[in-house]
Design a protein around this ligand. Structure first.
Ligand SMILES: [Zn+2]
Length: 274
């Protein structure tokens, strides 16, 4: 499977053991760079433009345009399993604007797709929103990539909760002392030590609320509809990390992997609590 002909290949640097994915076909993706926006393949009515649907919420069992969330294989994969979860039929909607029920559906679909693949590898679920966050198509979507178990991913693991700024029913929100990005927020379940596949329906309800509340509040700092990423830790002791993309990593970060964070996470937590 790991042949460049299928679109991608995992290669390990023999000196520092770090992995890279070479995926030349991804350069063929439709792109919003250059200003002209191509017709959107994720809009209702264009279902035949994507690879065959693998899952949906709304009109289950049908293949019509009346879906609420739609999951298809990525046409330009960089992993053996790589899916696109289209958040909503609404081309202009986003996690800033969806109603509570729609955000719950999205986090519920994350869980269902996570459980579908957790035995096959490391299920990495991530979202890119906005031009500053590597978004390729503006119709809001999340990606799920299953990375083979032998590929070591260097993802931060959770320690003690630091700089907590919100305590809700099932989640604590914090800005860890060693945050790499200004104002990054970790949403941490109070019931620790589980995978995302074990999230309960009650937790999904609470997560949807604190997640959107945080995003909306951040607009006071970064403006309406700012660029951000989030991902869900793929292993045990899961958390969701939300990163406003208010700066571009420079030459120091790129070479050393050491980030220069210009906002003390203590200050960030204080501001986010107000
Ligand atoms: Zn669209």
């Amino acid at each position: 499977m790991t042949k460049i002909e299928v679109g991608f290949e995992f290669r390990q640097n023999p000196v520092n053991r770090k992995w890279v994915i070479i995926a030349p076909k991804r350069s063929l993706r439709p792109n919003i760079e250059g200003g002209l926006e191509p017709a959107c393949p994720f809009c209702p009515g264009r279902e035949s433009w994507t690879p065959k649907e693998v899952f949906r919420i709304g009109h289950d069992g049908k293949e019509d345009s009346h879906w609420e969330i739609r999951v298809v294989p990525n046409k330009f994969p960089f992993a053996p399993i790589h899916e696109i979860i289209t958040h909503s039929p609404d081309h202009d909607g986003s996690l800033f604007t969806y109603n509570h029920e729609q955000i719950k559906r999205i986090f519920r679909v994350y869980k269902m797709r996570f459980c579908e693949y957790e035995k096959k590898g490391q299920v990495y679920i991530f979202h890119n929103h906005g031009p500053g966050a590597a978004e390729s198509l503006p119709h809001d979507h999340t990606q799920l990539a299953v990375i083979p178990p032998n590929i070591t991913l260097d993802i931060p693991i959770m320690g003690e909760v630091e700089n907590q700024f919100k305590d809700s029913r099932h989640f604590i929100l914090s800005c860890p002392n060693t945050s790499e990005w200004p104002y990054e927020v970790w949403i941490i379940p109070k019931n620790r030590g589980r995978t995302y596949g074990e999230i309960t329906e009650e937790e999904i309800d609470n997560l949807a609320a604190v997640y959107q509340e945080t995003l909306v509040k951040m607009q006071n700092f970064f403006g309406v509809d700012f660029s951000f990423n989030h991902y869900i830790y793929p292993g045990g002791d899961w958390y969701l990390r939300l990163i406003p993309r208010v700066k571009v990593p420079g030459g120091f970060e790129l070479g050393t992997g050491v980030f220069v964070n210009t906002v003390d996470p203590k200050t960030a937590a204080k501001q986010l609590s107000e």
